[in-house]
Write a new protein. Structure first.
Length: 65
């Protein structure tokens, strides 16, 4: 059975460690012929203008983590 890896989701915050992780993911994608989707991850909450994502509601949710 041949391993198939068509897509790789790569969450990044562009820290030094994640830059190294991106290099590894690139090598992995080349080996398997995969597509990489980058997901930029923010470490701080900057607020949203969407119903259900009011700043206070989201802040309360984030504090529970």
């Amino acid at each position: 059975m041949k391993l198939s890896l068509p897509r790789i989701l790569l969450p990044l915050d562009f820290s030094e460690q994640h830059v190294e992780l991106a290099r590894y993911a690139k090598q992995l994608a080349q080996a398997f012929g995969s597509r990489i989707t980058l997901l930029h991850v923010l470490t701080h909450h900057y607020g949203f203008d969407m119903p259900g994502f009011e700043s206070e509601t989201l802040s309360n949710f984030l504090q529970r983590e």
